[in-house]
Design a protein around this ligand. Sequence first.
Ligand SMILES: Cc1cc2nc3c(=O)[nH]c(=O)nc-3n(C[C@H](O)[C@H](O)[C@H](O)COP(=O)(O)OP(=O)(O)OC[C@H]3O[C@@H](n4cnc5c(N)ncnc54)[C@H](O)[C@@H]3O)c2cc1C
Length: 455
Amino acid sequence: MRRRQLLLGSALAATTAATPAVTGAARAQVLIVGAGWAGLAAAYALRAERDLDVHLVDRTPVWRALPLSNPWLVGLTGERLPRIDLAGWAQRHGVRFSAGTVTAIDRTARRVDFVRSEASASAPANASRPPAARIEPLPYDALLLAGGAVADHAAWFGNDARAAGEARTRFPAGFAADELDLLKQHLHAFAGGTLVMTVPPPPLRCPPAPYERALLVAAWLRRRVLRARLVLLDATGGMPRFNRLLATASGGSLAVEHHRHQRIAQVDPFARRIVTADGTIDFEHAMLLPPMRAPRLLADAALVEGGDGGSNSDNSGDRGNSGASRYAAVDPLTLRTVADKRIWVAGDALGRISPLFGAYPKTAQIAAETGAAAAAQITAALRSAAAPPPSLPTSACHVWLGSDPPEQLLIDVSHHLRADGIVTQQVRQTDNPVPRDEDLAWARAVLRQRLGVQA
Ligand SMILES: Cc1cc2nc3c(=O)[nH]c(=O)nc-3n(C[C@H](O)[C@H](O)[C@H](O)COP(=O)(O)OP(=O)(O)OC[C@H]3O[C@@H](n4cnc5c(N)ncnc54)[C@H](O)[C@@H]3O)c2cc1C
């Protein structure tokens, strides 16, 4: 056993000539940044590896699901998935958990800068970097970045933190789990007028989610008999099935407008105004979603794509290179970053996987499956074992097409390795005209199998 531990401790030093050898650590340290679907699945997969010290960190102490949130927002269902206390989850599964934010990665020293939640809570809200005294170094032998996809308000507001803060708090898009309660409050206070939703250029998380939400919100506004106008400012061409439904979603005192291929020139959250290449829209309320990207941490550590034309995958037929340099550059089969052999990425933060379809769709199941796949790769690398065969993810997504009558669409995605080493993608769509909680059954199965959560 002792010999095995020593081997483990020094294994990765041999793979990265520029990094110092591991010294003195009894167990190899695996640090996982982000306890979402990907990070939790990775930690769950590693829980039985007694020769690894698994440390999971997340800025929020409680996990909450985004899947199934759209029908909940409009009162169609209750909150059907549990919120998970991460410290309790970690204790049950024998891994360490710390609540706080990773602010930087020092690849040479193999450690990250970490600010515990108590410390960040007492820091001034506008502080861009925490004072040095609050920063705690967390070492790693292997680092898994599972921070998801985040809204990049700087793409609209540059360094204007006041405007970004206003947009985030007054007009949250609900594409981060900790925005959901606030978004629901705002939506329920909406008393009519113009309600805007922005759909950013791909890749964004869960490509059908904005359209599902638009259709459910439209039906809900009609039921409330509000005099309202729901305007989707869509950077893409949309998705054909949803485009047709949105085109017929107006009715009674509600008008629904879906403006496609919109380029947003200016957003003023104080004046409640958006300027696009086609004109100006004043709104009463909005769900403002700017372009999405991997957490800035990755770009700061030079771990993102280099603007080489990385495409995207949103299953909508929209292709482009707008995703380049916003997501992690990885080897598609091992999920190891191109720039650093000690760092892996899983979940929504992943960039281009294949020249055929770009990035994986950013879904919860793909996040969980890539989390587990990265865990297997990390274990092998730490033991100097051969890389396990690639495990390519699948995804099932149950999307609401309408609520009156209830109707869903199942989007199944699978990936396969071609003989020439290129990953291919298959997408199948199946109508479900009489939904019977298949979405809930799917979520429960993934939670149980991949995250060890009984829901
Ligand atoms: C409205 C909506 C509906 C959706 N519906 C579905 C659906 O029906 N089916 C489906 O499969 N998918 C759905 N998705 C997509 C799904 O939610 C995402 O694909 C999934 O959450 C990605 O998991 P992840 O682990 O990569 O990221 P996340 O779940 O976002 O987890 C990332 C974690 O990292 C933490 N973090 C980030 N940066 C740091 C840092 N620097 N320091 C510390 N912690 C950090 C965050 O706090 C977060 O907890 C939906 C998404 C949305 C927005």
